[in-house]
Design a protein around this ligand. Structure first.
Ligand SMILES: [Zn+2]
Length: 435
């Protein structure tokens, strides 16, 4: 891992840019969504999936950082990206040395297949000619999530090593074994993203996680883990970030107009393990599994390229429209009956409390059940039209205000009421809602 001072340098670089150029950028217009100032109100996030980790309730003792607060830069940006001699250093990674100003494709070999054949995964490295932080991009930790793979390809091959300050590591397919089988999971049905930072003598998943973490992740100064929705659900491009961590907050401020959802990471996720190791990490969710969605891919690429600019790593600036909101709370609306799901809203729709979200129709007796929004807010994730079972999480509503639920006995909305119930049993796979 890079030294602590390196990390601080990175973060102060981000902060400096924010302070220099973005006083009205992302947060200024989000006053209504900022956490309370008195530090006493707990901000409840009612998302029930442990994947987003947002089932937890932020206690007053663990306050969220006020994104609007000033974080005075310790080191000016110019100093942060330019060392005394103005020279970048070779990057030592995976038994290779990547000189400044070069691109290299390496291989990371995590484990062996049952046949004893090594499985190696490409690791793309651009070490810039100029000094700066190391940003890591990881995709397809879930093997059926394709959008991130294409994002990494576009970003890595668009970088010019001669003009880059710092280094970018891109791992397009972390879970190669899942990818080959078009599966979210490893061959043993384990979710790799529940086993970080891993264990060298644990299960296959724990060993893969350990190898990846110790050989690659610890070289990062910041990490972006790319995901999509799971099980035929799709997500509006959004950052999942623990807004109680000031380093993570700083990182989220570099992505341009991208929705941010506060969620404390579930233990075992790459985001959790990296952040715990002092490497600020966010998850970028965009689109759904098993498809390549160009609109979502383009949004992700633009967001990350904006981050590279914010970090002072590239000169190219990307322009955005109005900033997107930060959601401190969200909830899932679940199907109470099985049948044919047809949505009445689309991804990104703004909804009001009581609005019709979709209909589930029993194909045998033609009985219909309607799903209504329990809150005013935004559809930040939703199931594609499909046949659903009772209990399936269908609509993910980012909650705009502090309204109370529409009704206590809500036939459609049970998720918010028992956020921790099914998650409190341990770290094992639960619902696979996302990251
Ligand atoms: Zn995922």
């Amino acid at each position: 891992m890079k030294s602590e001072s390196r990390l601080k340098t990175l973060l102060s670089a981000i902060t400096a840019v924010m302070l220099l150029s973005c006083t009205a950028y992302l947060w200024a217009s989000e006053g209504a969504l900022n956490p309370p100032d008195d530090g006493t109100d707990s901000l409840q996030d009612t998302t029930e999936d442990s994947d987003s980790g947002s089932a937890s309730v932020a206690s007053p003792a663990d306050p969220m950082v006020d994104p609007a607060a000033d974080h005075p830069p310790v080191i000016p940006l110019a100093d942060a990206v330019t060392t005394a001699d103005g020279l970048a250093e070779p990057l030592a990674l995976l038994n290779a040395e990547i000189p400044p100003g070069t691109y290299k494709q390496l291989s990371w070999t995590a484990t062996e297949l049952f046949e004893g054949v090594p499985v190696s995964t490409p690791v793309l490295v651009v070490n810039g000619k100029l000094p700066g932080p190391t940003l890591c991009l990881t995709a397809a930790v879930h093997g059926d999530e394709l959008n991130g793979i294409e994002m990494v390809r576009r970003i890595m091959h668009d970088l010019d090593p001669q003009k880059l300050s710092g280094a970018v590591l891109g791992v397009p397919i972390v879970n190669l074994q899942g990818f080959r089988r078009a599966s979210r999971y490893l061959p043993d049905r384990r979710d790799l993203n529940r086993y970080f930072p891993g264990n060298p003598s644990g299960s296959a998943a724990a060993r893969i996680a350990y190898s990846f973490f110790t050989e690659i992740v610890i070289h990062c100064d910041a990490l972006i883990d790319l995901h999509t929705g799971s099980f035929e659900r799709t997500n509006l491009p959004q950052l999942r970030a623990d807004l109680r961590n000031p380093d993570v907050v700083t990182l989220t401020q570099g992505f341009g107009a991208t929705v941010i959802l506060h969620s404390s990471p579930a233990k075992g996720t790459l985001r959790y393990a990296a952040t715990s190791a002092g490497i600020p990490a966010v998850t970028l969710e965009a689109g759904g599994p098993s498809q390549l969605e160009l609109k979502e891919v383009k949004h992700g690429v633009k967001g990350i390229e904006t981050l590279l600019h914010t970090l002072g790593m590239v000169k190219k600036k990307r322009l955005w429209g109005d900033p997107e909101p930060v959601y401190y709370r969200s909830t899932w609306v679940r199907a109470d009956r099985g049948g044919i799901l047809l949505a009445d809203v689309s991804l990104g729709s703004t909804v009001r409390q009581g609005d019709l979200l979709g209909t589930i129709t029993d194909p045998m007796n033609n009985a219909s059940t309607r799903l209504y929004s329990p809150y005013s807010g935004r559809i930040i994730g939703m199931a594609r039209n499909q046949v659903v079972m009772p209990g399936f999480a269908v609509f993910h509503v980012g909650i705009q205000t502090d309204e109370t639920p529409a009704n206590e006995t809500g036939t459609d909305e049970s998720a918010a009421d028992d956020p921790l119930a099914e998650e409190s049993g341990g770290d094992d796979y639960v619902d696979g809602m996302s990251e």
